[in-house]
Structure formats: structure tokens, C-alpha cells
Design a protein around this ligand. Structure first.
Ligand SMILES: Cc1cc2nc3c(=O)[nH]c(=O)nc-3n(C[C@H](O)[C@H](O)[C@H](O)COP(=O)(O)O)c2cc1C
Length: 358
């Protein structure tokens, strides 16, 4: 990815401000700019993905395969904004059954030499009830998925009921639900990825809703854990798997002083290799029986295309958007559309079928 162009200069200025503060300010600016319906419709028209990229997944039409990853819009304040910024959909959350403040600040850091971020937000959010109200009112142009997590004060033995409560409220209002058991920032959460803990949670959530349910996994799982979760997803009839969340690994980071920043999950290019590896492993195991959403270190249209031909039906990004800027989703969608044109394909589905065969 090039590091020049108009956004590179703006990014240098934005990066002078403390990360969580600039997140709040820029997010508020994006919402304000897309609030007037005429402006929003204009942006939606200008930045909309090429119609050839539209894809129908679990009965829902996605105008483009790239969505905003969970964590950027935890409470759904920007439900009407994401389509206007060229995303094909957005995953809201993680939201928990009860509102909670998250970890003390500072809890979000840039690793500029790695084009990465480190966060230990800890599911700061206003709770499932508030998001449910917001979802009933939204008028945005793209599907909205909802990512649910465990409330921090809920004991592990009560985790099933906690996830079920969120699923009951939010399932009917979401295009799909993601059960998040992979954030490194809620103590004990990732232990719920062990199939004996995961099974009752997923079964409980499935019992609450007819909305498609996916599970989001960590890049730090062993290959055999990944296989076990894939098998469980198929056995229980999940709609799919979101891979992956942030990594707790600090291997290969170039930014000086990372150790002094403390605990948290790293996102962006440092997680890309493992994220792609897990995608390939999952696709080899589940084929087209599960919808695979690939997330982790996608920066360029080449990255996006590689994930698609490796088995991803949908893609997501967070860190690439921070480093790539407001037109990032459009750039990625345009790059994918160009590949379709160059290959003489009239739709993404056709191109994917051909690429995965070869
Ligand atoms: C600041 C920040 C907060 C995040 N919060 C959440 C979250 O609440 N729930 C979740 O499932 N993933 C969360 N993530 C992980 C992202 O959704 C994504 O899985 C991860 O960052 C890898 O993608 P990326 O390399 O495109 O950023 C967060 C990531 C960042 C950088």
C-alpha cells in the first residue's frame, strides 16, 4: 500500500491527537457529514460498490463484500453512515447484555511502523437494550450485523444466559449475529472458545433467534482448535465463522516501545498471515457449508482478492480503514471490480467460482 496521496498528509495530522479522542472526533464528523439525507444519498451514489459486486449471503443482499469490522461502531451511532462511506455492510458491537465502561484509558495505541493498532478497550458499550432501540429506527442503505459478547461481571458459568439475553433482543433486528468469544480484553473470554464451553453458548443463541448466527475466533488458536470449532459450527448448523480477531502475539513488530504499552490485541498487517492461514484451513474443512468472513490485516484490493479466492464470502476491515482513510472501502471495492472486468466476469459469484476451481 502506498503511503503518499492526500490522506497521508491528513493522517499525519490526525495521528498527532490521542487515538481514542481522534476516533470520537472523526466518527462524529463522519456522522454529521452524512446526516442530511440529500448529502447521504449523494455519497451513497458516489461511493457505492460496482453493482457486479453485489452478493446475496444467507438470504441478505450485500451491495459489496467489504464491511466495517466490529469495534469501530460499538453502539450503532453510525448505522446510517457506513453505506455512505462505501462499505457493503457494517458489523456493530461488540455489545454486551449490560452496559459497561470498558478498561481504563489509555487503551488504544498506534503502532505506526507496523501500520497496526494495539487495543485493550474491554467492550466499552451502552448495552444491548440501547442498541436495540437504535436498530429499530435506522434507515441506512446496507445490512447491519451485530456482534455480541459477554458482560465482564457475568461469571463464566452464567455466560450462556448473558449471550442469550443479547441474542433475544438483537437477533430480530440484525442481518446476522456474531458470537464473539475471541477478544483478548475480557478476562477468561477466550477460554469460551473451547468446544465444551462454546457448544452451550452457540446452542443457546441459536435457540433464541432465527437470524443467521456466526462465531468469531482468535488468530492465536491452534490449528486443531480451529478444526474443532469448524466441526462444531457445522454440527450445530451455524451460518458461518468470522476469522479473525486481534492477536496477543508481539512477534515481528517493528514499532519501538511496544512492550511498554502493556496488554491488548494487535490488528492490521501483523495479523494478516495467520488470518489468511486460518481462512484457508477453514475453507478446506467446511467448503461452502459455512459462510466465511475474513478479517485481519486486509489493506489493499490484492489482499481482499486473495481472501476471496481463498474461501471468504465476505470481508471486513478496521485497521486498514484507519490507515487508508475515508475512501478506503471504495478503493478496495473498485480494485475487486477491476479484477472482474479484466477477467471478463459479470459478477463476483461467477469470478469466485472460476478462481476457486483453478
Ligand atoms: C480499537 C479496536 C477495537 C475492536 N473492538 C472489537 C470488538 O469490540 N469486537 C470484536 O469482535 N472485534 C473488535 N476488534 C477487532 C476487529 O473487529 C478485527 O477483528 C481486527 O482488528 C482485525 O482486523 P483489522 O486488521 O482489519 O483491524 C477491534 C479492533 C480494534 C482495532
Amino acid at each position: 500500500m502506498t503511503d503518499s496521496g492526500p490522506y497521508a498528509a491528513l493522517r499525519r495530522a490526525l495521528f498527532l491527537v490521542q487515538p481514542e479522542r481522534i476516533h470520537t472526533l472523526v466518527f462524529a464528523g463522519m456522522r454529521a457529514a452524512t446526516r442530511p439525507p440529500a448529502l447521504r444519498r449523494r455519497a451513497e451514489r458516489l461511493l457505492a460498490p460496482d453493482p457486479a459486486l453485489a452478493t446475496t449471503v444467507f438470504g441478505v443482499r450485500f451491495p459489496g463484500p467489504l464491511g466495517l469490522a466490529a469495534g469501530f461502531d460499538k453502539d450503532g451511532h453510525g448505522l446510517d453512515t457506513w453505506g455512505a462511506l462505501g462499505f457493503g455492510y457494517a458489523e456493530i458491537g461488540t455489545v454486551t447484555a449490560q452496559a459497561q465502561p470498558g478498561n481504563p484509558q489509555p487503551r488504544l495505541f498506534r503502532l505506526p511502523d507496523d501500520r497496526a493498532l494495539l487495543n485493550r478497550m474491554g467492550f466499552n458499550n451502552h448495552g444491548a437494550g440501547e442498541l436495540a432501540l437504535r436498530l429499530t429506527r435506522h434507515t441506512g442503505s446496507v445490512p447491519i450485523g451485530v456482534n455480541i459478547g459477554k458482560t465482564k461481571v457475568t461469571a463464566p458459568e452464567d455466560a450462556v444466559d448473558d449471550y442469550r439475553a443479547s441474542a433475544r433482543l438483537l437477533g430480530p433486528l440484525a442481518a446476522y449475529l456474531v458470537v464473539n468469544v475471541s477478544s483478548p480484553n475480557t478476562p477468561g473470554l477466550r477460554d469460551l472458545q473451547a468446544v465444551e464451553s462454546l457448544r452451550p453458548i452457540l446452542a443457546g443463541v441459536l435457540a433464541e433467534t432465527s437470524t443467521p448466527v456466526l462465531v468469531k475466533i482468535a488468530p492465536d488458536l491452534s490449528d486443531s482448535d480451529v478444526d474443532e470449532i469448524a466441526d462444531l459450527a457445522m454440527e450445530l448448523g451455524l451460518a458461518g465463522i468470522v476469522a479473525t480477531n486481534t492477536t496477543i502475539s508481539r512477534a515481528g513488530l517493528r514499532t519501538p516501545g511496544v512492550d511498554a504499552l502493556g496488554s491488548g490485541g494487535v490488528s492490521g498487517p501483523p495479523v494478516a498471515r495467520r488470518s489468511l492461514e486460518i481462512l484457508r484451513r477453514l475453507y478446506a474443512r467446511v467448503g461452502d457449508r459455512q459462510v466465511l468472513i475474513s478479517v485481519g490485516g486486509i489493506e489493499t484490493a490484492d489482499d481482499a482478492w486473495e481472501r476471496i479466492v481463498s474461501g471468504a464470502t465476505l470481508l471486513q476491515g478496521y485497521t486498514g480503514f484507519i490507515y487508508g482513510g475515508g475512501l478506503w472501502a471504495k478503493h478496495i471495492h473498485d480494485g475487486i471490480a477491476k479484477r472482474l472486468q479484466d477477467g471478463g466476469f459479470s459478477s463476483l459469484t461467477e469470478a469466485v467460482g472460476s478462481a476457486r476451481k483453478s
